[in-house]
Each structure stands twice: as C-alpha cells, then as structure tokens.
Write a protein that binds this ligand. Structure first.
Ligand code: CTP
Ligand code: ZN
Length: 160
C-alpha cells in the first residue's frame, strides 16, 4: 500500500524516526541533504536535534534525502530558498506527531545572504560588508552586483 515506503522503510523498519514537533523536509533529491542543512544554517552547533536520511528508496523519486528538524517550524521564506537545490521538496510541519501543514517550496525572486558570488572581483567577495544578493532566473541565479550568472553549480555557492 502507499504507506509501505515512507522514509525508505518497509514493514520491518523505520529508517528515520518520526518527530514530535518540528519540520520534515521530504522528497529532497538524493545527495542534497547536506546542502539543505547548509542553506538553513543548521550545523549542529546550536544543539538542534536533526535527523538526516540520504539516498533512501522513494516512490516518487528514484532515491531521496529527508531532513527532520525537531523543535523548529521553518517558515515559508526560510524554505523557499531550498527550491534552488530541492525543487520537489515537500515541507511538513509536525505537531504532536501529526502533520498539520504540508506545502511545496516556491521559487523566490531574490535570495539574499545565502549564496556567495563566484566572481573574485565582485564587491560582495572583497571583504566589504555587502550582503550577497542574487536574482533567481528560470535556469539559474544572477548576482545583483556583478551580473555573474550561475546555472549548474548553485550548491557550490552556498555559504557554509
Ligand atoms: N513524519 C515524521 N514524523 C511525524 C509525522 C510524519 O517524520 N510525526 C514524516 C513521514 O515519515 C513522511 C513525512 O513526514 O516522511 C510526511 O508525512 P505524511 O504526510 O504522513 O506522509 P505521506 O503521506 O507519505 O507524505 P507525501 O504525500 O508528502 O509523500
Ligand atoms: Zn557578484
């Protein structure tokens, strides 16, 4: 039945535990989970309780990653930037073990302070206190300061 493959579990195992209250970021393309955490600024140093499943079997995608953040409800703004690397992600808000909200990520028009410009001559990379800013294109992102366009390697621009 449709519940056979949640989180890549079958009838015998649940690979990543359910959470009580927080956010489940589901249907992340395989291999992008660590980039999801980087974009959300989660590196574990603040004591966040985070579970990550990587390359688990999925009905919808061949393989998926899944990220579960306990005790934190991510806002739509916070997750929209995830659309750049996880366009098919589903955001589930969980309260008392129940999914109370489910939404898809949406592509924002602009992304600020999350990506760093690959152009060494850009004012945002020269040690000036300028926050990075990219406009989101159909097929990539463009630095608002130097107009550099990045299409394929967006994940490599994530500020970690
Ligand atoms: N989940 C969780 N902890 C909970 C409730 C749900 O970790 N207390 C996870 C589930 O394991 C699943 C995701 O949140 O990976 C979404 O849960 P649910 O909507 O119940 O599953 P599906 O119906 O399979 O979701 P979708 O239709 O989006 O695939
Ligand atoms: Zn630039």
């Amino acid at each position: 039945d449709e519940h056979d493959h949640h989180d890549g579990n079958d009838d015998h195992e649940l690979r990543v535990s359910k959470i009580r209250d927080g956010t489940v970021i589901d249907h992340v393309h395989g291999g992008q989970a660590l980039n999801v955490l980087a974009i959300l600024g989660i590196d574990g140093t603040n004591g966040e309780e985070v579970s990550v499943g990587m390359n688990v079997p999925s009905d919808r995608l061949a393989r998926k990653d899944i990220v579960k953040v306990e005790g934190r409800e991510l806002s739509q703004d916070e997750v929209d930037v995830l659309s750049l690397i996880a366009p098919d992600a589903t955001i589930n808000i969980v309260r008392g073990f129940d999914v109370v909200e489910k939404h898809r990520v949406e592509r924002p028009d602009v992304v600020e302070g999350v990506l760093s410009c690959p152009n060494a001559g850009c004012i945002t990379t020269g040690g000036e206190p300028v926050t990075s800013r990219f406009s989101v294109l159909e097929d990539g992102v463009r630095c608002s300061y130097c107009e550099t366009i990045v299409r394929d390697e967006i994940a490599s621009l994530i500020d970690t």
